[in-house]
Ligand binder design. Structure first.
Ligand SMILES: Cc1cc2nc3c(=O)[nH]c(=O)nc-3n(C[C@H](O)[C@H](O)[C@H](O)COP(=O)(O)OP(=O)(O)OC[C@H]3O[C@@H](n4cnc5c(N)ncnc54)[C@H](O)[C@@H]3O)c2cc1C
Length: 450
């Protein structure tokens, strides 16, 4: 990346994608101002990745701290962008930076769209994940799960939730509800090690036997499929509970069944068959229904972006430029685009899960951030710098003061981290101690204790 002038870039969202953008652009000599909803940086690396994965989280944290120590990187935690938030999208754009990058992740909840989904005991996976990761707003809320939890989904997030239920909640039973068959599972075989000591092998064998004819139709041999599934149950983490984990395959929830108090008592499920679809398969409902008893339901079916932020939005995604470029990476994929005017939002870019919701692990988000930084650099290379950093920062702090916002800078973040590390009572937390609400953190900071 070669630059002739130093520009100011406003970056909204300090998760893995945003931090990658910030790192590349800061290295290239630009001034990077980061605005982040959470007091702490890291996004899902802080509040999504399972809290016991201390090595992965610690490694990322170390890199992010190093970045934030750079004199040309300015961090404003506890600042949300959106309608009715600390600043609107238009206000951020009018601060006069040369580019604004939104790397705010996928904060929206995919509509579950099943009758009864507002019943007590129905949860969206992200909320549960935020709860056990102690994201402010979720950490100190109660999540009553009951004895038998049905998790809809077959990806890594399903496994993380099962992990929490088995190892920490120690409930009786967890069932993963899977639309297609065992061969179409999406989780990483390494992740299943966290829970495989608790697998109900007899129940799983019976379940695969139950669907063997429907597997055969698409050329899948049930014995081989079962072997493929259970062979991955190796190097299991030792069991710490009597929880049994099983699967329900070829099953689509159609309705949440509730008791007189509007509390989940089960699911109405439709049986599916598999049909070949190119090299893949598709699930097709058979219009045969049955009741599946459970105490709560967690939908782990992916996320969508937050349409209330104020960026052009369509069908779960922020809209990007439909006109492809010949550049690699293709600029259009990262440029925000307004379909109403038919124009790109000049100087506004998207990266990471804000661009492609629920797409991949941290490494993929980082790569997306790197690509976005290349696209932004091309944009900067043909422009004169806008306002200088001091002007942008002065304008920003004036607005934040007038809104009575409470931005948290890096120095305060360091002190907060030291205060958390000094805590010895970690009984409410998995892994490390974390304050579970913003109020507590802000009070600590403002009392000068952090
Ligand atoms: C449950 C779960 C477990 C996972 N486990 C793993 C794992 O074990 N290993 C792995 O490699 N990957 C894992 N991932 C994937 C990984 O977390 C993501 O790939 C990555 O975090 C996406 O990065 P991002 O920067 O695009 O978004 P995010 O990480 O979501 O970051 C978004 C940032 O934007 C900020 N923000 C949001 N809205 C606003 C707003 N309106 N204004 C200002 N700031 C805002 C947030 O505060 C946050 O800091 C997991 C994901 C989930 C959901």
């Amino acid at each position: 990346m070669s630059i002739t002038n130093s520009h100011v870039i406003l970056l909204v969202g300090a998760g893995p994608a945003g931090m990658a953008v910030a790192s590349s652009l800061a290295k290239a000599g630009h001034e990077v101002i980061i605005l982040n909803r959470d007091i702490k940086f890291g996004g899902l690396a802080e509040y999504g990745i399972f809290p016991a994965k201390l090595k992965l989280r610690g490694g990322l944290k170390k890199q992010y701290w190093e970045l934030l120590q750079q004199p040309n990187v300015h961090y404003f935690g506890n600042i949300s962008i959106g309608k009715g938030k600390d600043l609107t999208v238009d206000e951020v754009r009018s601060l006069g930076a040369s580019a604004v990058v939104f790397s705010i992740g996928a904060q929206g909840t995919k509509a579950i769209g099943v009758e009864g989904d507002s019943a007590q005991g129905v949860f969206h996976a992200k909320d549960v994940v935020y709860h056990f990761n102690r994201l402010p707003g979720f950490g100190d809320r109660s999540f009553e799960m009951g004895k038998h939890v049905a998790i809809i989904g077959a990806g890594d997030v399903m496994v993380d939730i099962a992990h929490w239920l088995i190892r920490y909640k120690k409930i009786e039973r967890v069932t993963a509800i899977v639309r297609r068959g065992p061969s179409e599972r999406k989780y990483n075989p390494k992740e299943i090690r966290m829970v495989c000591a608790n697998m109900d092998l007899q129940g799983i064998t019976t379940e695969v036997g139950r669907i063997k004819d429907r597997l055969a139709v698409v050329g899948q041999n049930a014995d081989e499929v079962l072997k493929g599934l259970t062979d991955e149950f190796t190097k299991c983490e030792p069991s710490v509970s009597d929880t049994k984990m099983g699967f329900k395959f070829l099953a689509s929830p159609k309705r949440i069944l509730v008791d007189a108090n509007n509390r989940v008592r089960g699911l109405e499920m439709e049986e599916n068959k598999l049909e070949a679809k190119g090299t893949d398969t598709a699930a097709v409902g058979l219009k045969q229904y049955y009741e599946f008893p459970c105490d709560s339901v967690v939908f782990a079916v992916g996320d969508k972006v937050d349409e209330t932020v104020g960026l052009p939005y369509k069908s779960g995604m922020f809209v990007t430029n439909p006109t492809k470029t010949s550049n690699d990476p293709d600029d259009s994929l990262f440029q925000a685009y307004d379909e109403a005017t038919g124009k790109i939002l000049d100087g506004v870019f998207l990266a990471g899960w804000a661009r492609k919701a629920s797409e991949g692990l941290v490494g993929i988000a980082k790569r997306d951030g790197d690509w976005c930084a290349e696209v932004v650099s091309r944009h900067l290379a043909i422009r004169q710098p806008g306002n200088d950093a001091k002007t942008v920062l002065d304008k920003l702090t004036t607005i934040l003061k007038s809104r009575k916002s409470h931005p948290v800078d890096v120095q305060r973040l360091r002190a907060l981290e030291a205060a958390e590390k000094a805590h010895t009572n970690t009984t409410d937390c998995i892994g490390e101690f974390k304050y579970a609400n913003n109020q507590e953190m802000i009070e600590l900071i403002e009392r000068g204790k952090a």
